[in-house]
Design a protein around this ligand. Structure first.
Ligand code: CA
Length: 664
């Protein structure tokens, strides 16, 4: 309904602005169905076809250089079907660059490399003509996705390409580059594994890369300035970031090196997920998209100002046919050309549900084990009706697409917004129901009192496979800093480590998909900086010397991952199995949550598992079911060979810690 009003208001403006009386509103724009946008290259000819339905004229400009100099040739493109303009240029254009230039009414807009562009010169201003068969590393045709049975088997590790290797302690040569992921046998000063060997040793199944498509904020011609950015400022969605390549001037370099990274991770049994940011562009007006069809790709407010659900001054319009087509084809492109195994949608709540489900369908045709998840929220209001948006509260309508659980995150560690507010693991009670909600993966469970949750008031997913459990990510304070900032005044550093371990124990034993921020396993801190999107390396880099310094933490995290991987009971794929086999104990002590996983659930080798989380900063005695229990996790230690035997109906849980035991 809102959209309808919006169209009525905006239509006269469109006609006035674009001097284009052809279309009353965006829904009337022609839709081009073909898959040959914007360049089809062969050695014999290059065929260009650009969608610019409101243009009065379109030019193609050809260049020898990816950044400088003038065009050596400029040709007019011819009006073709469905709002496209086309031109065939004979001969082998490999090594050349091009842009399109669109005229709206009497006004020539700035040049654009287009939006479907797959290779560019330095800084992504001009499209590059390359032969993609020359971008494949040796053995690429044999590259395979590592096996994956269920989404709940996934362990996500969120990582910034630069953070991974840039520290002098990394032992890696290709600092800040995709190629760092291809370096085997790298070590820190203590001789411990770093880099890809570390990831393998840790046991994560998926590396989730922060934006690694071509973003705008780092000048690729000045990489020696060591400028840092997370990369949430998309420039070219279908091109890898040049700053992470060894030679951003050579269009092939970033493409081949991205593939080498994927291949290397696959060879180590690790899948690769891309953080995709289709919800906005670095700039709105005059972005590479906007220069093709002004206004079309973005939502506007009723007063014709740019809507801003992204908090970055613009938001794209996934519900419009050509933006939808672009998003679907873009993810399929990354999944096929680059063998990417999953996508994390930034501010997914800006996109419409229908587009997200069409993306799922399209990726299912490539490989149904490709994982899709996103932030089920926005960073501001959107003109798109709430019921149409891919929000957390609408997640049941998303098919096999997961959402982040801010419920478990903030229940465990405290408010993301108020860094001084602590959570369950720091000794705060009344958060038990929210922790329980996290344990059942945001599904419906008869023993959870949904009225007592901190955020959601009802289950929002169909199955735990749709829930991402986490306590920290790149946003806001990392876990170490947050726990430190919100600590009780008398808390010791030893206690802070306990809080940390307890938080991640809940994450790794809860139903759903666990997610950690890279370096948390090394007790990473970011010197208390809340939002490090442009902080220097000294704040953001992973310090690999911490692997020795905080070996107790590292071993515990590794133990948690191993526990989860060996025990299918923590990876139950469906809500009904969780309902039947996960039973909360009736615990009378505040700030304690305990439950059992029963009957070899999900094929687990253990018959019954008892899990107790004690958020209190003191020992608690908890009543437990009678039986012979073997304790594998207790007082901040994990030992799968068993720590002690229990044959009693009560158990003493150590302060700020979890106890996990199994019985036959
Ligand atoms: Ca860039």
């Amino acid at each position: 309904m809102k959209k309808h009003i919006f169209m009525l208001l905006i239509a006269p403006l469109l006609i006035a602005c674009n001097n284009n009386p052809k279309y009353a509103d965006y829904s009337e724009y022609p839709v081009y169905e073909g898959s040959d946008l914007e360049l089809v290259y062969s050695q014999q000819a290059s065929k260009f076809r650009v969608w610019a339905p409101t243009a009065t004229q379109v030019k193609l400009l050809l260049y020898d250089n990816g950044l400088e100099g003038s065009a050596y040739e400029i040709q007019n493109m011819k009006r073709s079907e469905k709002g496209t303009w086309k031109l065939k240029v004979d001969g082998n254009l490999k090594g050349k660059f091009y842009t399109f230039q669109v005229k709206i009414g009497e006004q020539w807009l700035d040049e654009t490399p287009g939006m479907w562009v797959k290779a560019t010169g330095v800084n992504g201003k001009r499209a590059a003509i390359i032969d993609f068969s020359e971008t494949n590393p040796e053995g690429w045709d044999l590259d395979k996705r590592p096996p994956l049975a269920n989404f709940t088997d996934i362990i996500l590790y969120e990582l910034h390409v630069r953070d991974f290797s840039v520290s002098p302690t990394s032992g890696m040569k290709n600092k800040g580059k995709f190629l760092a992921f291809t370096e085997q046998g790298t070590k820190n000063a203590n001789g411990q594994s770093t880099g890809i060997n570390h990831l393998k040793e840790l046991g994560v199944t998926h590396v989730h890369l922060l934006p690694s498509f071509d973003y705008a904020s780092v000048d690729e011609t000045k990489l020696d300035e060591k400028k840092y950015n997370w990369g949430y400022d998309p420039l070219n969605f279908n091109v890898p970031e040049g700053g992470y390549s060894t030679d951003p001037y050579n269009p092939v370099s970033r493409i081949r090196e991205f593939k080498q990274m994927v291949q290397s991770l696959h060879n180590s049994g690790i899948r690769v997920i891309m953080d995709v940011v289709y919800n906005h562009t670095f700039i709105g007006q005059n972005s590479h998209l906007d220069l093709l069809a002004p206004g079309y790709f973005y939502r506007m407010n009723a007063d014709s100002t740019w809507s801003n659900a992204s908090g970055c001054s613009n938001e794209t319009a996934s519900e419009r046919a050509m933006m939808r087509k672009f998003m679907i084809e873009s993810v399929v492109y990354w999944a096929t050309e680059y063998h990417v195994d999953g996508f994390r949608f930034d501010l997914m709540g800006i996109h419409d549900i229908e587009t997200m489900n069409l993306i799922r369908e399209a990726l299912n045709k490539v490989d149904p084990t490709i994982f899709i998840y996103g932030e089920g929220w926005t960073a501001g209001g959107s003109p798109l009706a709430e019921e149409k948006r891919a929000l957390k509260k609408n997640a049941k309508q998303l098919k096999d697409i997961a959402v982040f659980s801010d419920d478990i995150r903030d229940a465990l560690k405290g408010s993301w917004m108020h860094s001084e507010i602590p959570g369950f693991v720091s000794g705060i009670d009344s958060l038990e129901e929210s922790v329980k909600f996290g344990i059942v993966g945001a599904t419906k469970h008869p023993q959870v009192d949904y009225s007592k949750l901190i955020y959601s008031k009802e289950p929002y997913v169909n199955n735990p496979s749709q829930t991402i459990n986490y306590v920290s990510c790149h946003d806001d304070m990392c876990l170490v800093d947050k726990l430190n900032q919100s600590k009780p005044v008398d808390a010791t550093s030893e206690e802070l480590a306990r809080f940390n371990k307890l938080a991640q124990t809940v994450v790794f034993t809860s139903q759903g998909v666990p997610f950690i921020y890279a370096g948390e396993e090394l007790y990473r801190n970011k010197k208390g900086v809340h939002n490090t999107y442009q902080s220097p390396d000294s704040i953001n880099q992973i310090d690999w010397s911490f692997k020795e310094k905080y070996s107790d933490i590292y071993n515990y995290y590794k133990g948690l991952i191993s526990l989860r991987k060996k025990h299918a009971a923590f990876r139950i794929p469906t809500q009904s199995l969780v309902q039947q086999n996960l039973k909360f104990l009736n615990v009378t002590v505040p700030n304690v949550v305990a439950y059992t996983l029963n009957g070899h659930v999900n094929g687990d080798i253990w018959k019954n598992i008892l899990v107790i989380y004690n958020g209190n900063r003191k020992n608690v005695k908890v009543g437990i079911p009678a039986g012979n229990w073997s304790v594998v996790c207790h007082d901040g230690q994990i030992n799968m060979n068993g720590i002690m035997q229990v044959n009693d109906t009560t158990f003493n849980v150590a302060p700020s810690s979890a106890s996990i035991m199994y019985g036959q």
